[in-house]
Design a protein around this ligand. Structure first.
Ligand code: ZN
Length: 243
């Protein structure tokens, strides 16, 4: 009986180990880590996209202001030649030209200032873009590594589950079908804790004392169940290192 009970005990342990591994797969702590890096990567990609759009808008604005600048320069040239060319003699017309020339020069100054500011902004943005692209590169490598790590972890756990399941099947073959049937019937009630060790006269399943008579029987030939919870009692009479 001792050997049979040991087999039932081992079967239970194999199932508990598999359940624990399955739980780890389900909880998936590594997946959370992976998702976090993925979110960081997506966030950075979005941010880079926005910077690029801003760069493009700046470029367009700069191009348009440069065009304005050369047009205004042309205008200044025209106005100057009219004003100082000697062809216009009317004082009213001359002072109107003068005002127009001053206004245009002022506008040119403003455009020049804006072009300088836009250029500085553009340079800063391009520096940011280079930096963010570098960050993205690092993050992508990090993500790839994490993904690889996760895959390895998952495969390793699945392999362990398969190995334990195989051991379980081998062990079941060694147990009398009748006893196995009785063991299986208790599964719906106790899950993976069907066999309870008997320690110091106590059932470790429910922590209740077992009557002395039953303790004696637990070392005998038949399957003995706890009178309180109904689990199969396993009294390990073998000393440490023995079976
Ligand atoms: Zn019990």
């Amino acid at each position: 009986m001792g050997a049979l009970l040991k087999k039932l005990w081992n079967l239970q342990e194999l199932r508990q180990k598999q359940a624990k591994l399955k739980e780890r797969l389900q909880k998936n702590e590594k997946m959370e880590n992976l998702k976090l890096v993925k979110r960081q990567k997506e966030y950075l990609e979005q941010s880079i996209k926005l910077i690029k759009e801003k760069c493009e808008k700046l470029r367009q604005r700069l191009r348009s202001r440069e065009l304005d600048y050369s047009q205004k320069q042309g205008l200044i040239k025209d106005l100057s030649s009219k004003l100082y060319g000697g062809k216009v003699a009317n004082p009213k017309e001359l002072s109107s030209l003068e005002r127009k020339l001053q206004r245009t020069r002022k506008e040119v100054e403003e455009i020049e200032e804006e072009i300088v500011n836009l250029t500085i902004e553009q340079e800063k943005l391009e520096e940011t873009l280079v930096r963010e692209n570098e960050n993205l590169k690092v993050l992508k490598i990090n993500y790839k590594n994490k993904l690889k790590e996760y895959d390895c972890w998952k495969v390793e756990i699945e392999k362990n589950i398969q190995r334990l399941a195989k051991e379980e099947q081998e062990l079941i073959k060694e147990i009398e079908p009748e006893v196995y049937g009785e063991f299986e019937k208790l599964k719906s009630k106790f899950g993976n804790f069907i066999v309870a060790k008997l320690e110091s006269g106590t059932c470790t399943g429910c922590n209740m004392f077992i009557s002395t008579g039953l303790v004696g029987q637990a070392a005998g030939r038949d399957l003995v169940k706890c009178e309180n919870c109904g689990r199969i009692l396993y009294r390990n009479l073998a000393g440490p290192g023995e079976d």
